[in-house]
Design a protein. Structure first.
Length: 157
């Protein structure tokens, strides 16, 4: 019951962030005077902004996957997909990604940086198949076939 109310409040916070998406992107763009598309890259130094800072919702507020049931994960995924799209980000998952994997990836990417630009939409691939970082290993047949991933991410979440 307590976690249910917490998830409801978190979704309200997500909806609040979504309501101010255009204003926050414009403020960031005007401050940095950038004319590029969203770039999601771990190596961006000072040009980008972490998604958690842009959304103004810290990663720590998103519970670990193991604390959530399937219904709560589904609710959070729907809210986060809508939030990302409001900020001009189109999350792209492999077709085999389960809701648990999607939630873990959304949560993990809050630490990644983007360079927002008003009025543009950028696809963000939420699958990298880098050894020791791929969250899809346990569920993704492609990852197992390619034998490039480990289950470290899933175990640590």
């Amino acid at each position: 019951m307590i976690m249910t109310r917490y998830i409801e409040q978190l979704i309200e916070d997500i909806n609040q962030s979504e309501a101010f998406a255009g204003e926050r992107v414009d403020r960031f763009v005007n401050f940095n005077d950038l004319d590029s598309e969203f770039v999601c890259d771990d190596d961006i130094d000072s040009l980008g902004i972490k998604l958690s800072e842009l959304f103004q919702i810290d990663k720590m507020f998103f519970p670990e996957r193991k604390l959530l049931n399937a219904e709560q994960i589904s609710l959070l995924i729907n809210a986060m997909e809508s939030l990302w799209r409001a900020y001009g980000l189109n999350p792209v998952f492999p077709p085999t990604a389960t809701d648990e994997v999607k939630y873990c990836q959304f949560r993990d990417h809050l630490d990644h940086e983007v360079i927002p630009v008003s009025g543009k939409i950028m696809d963000v691939e939420l699958c990298d198949y880098i050894p020791h970082h791929c969250p899809f290993y346990e569920w993704c047949p492609l990852a197992k076939e390619q034998n490039e991933c480990t289950s470290k991410y899933i175990v640590s979440q």
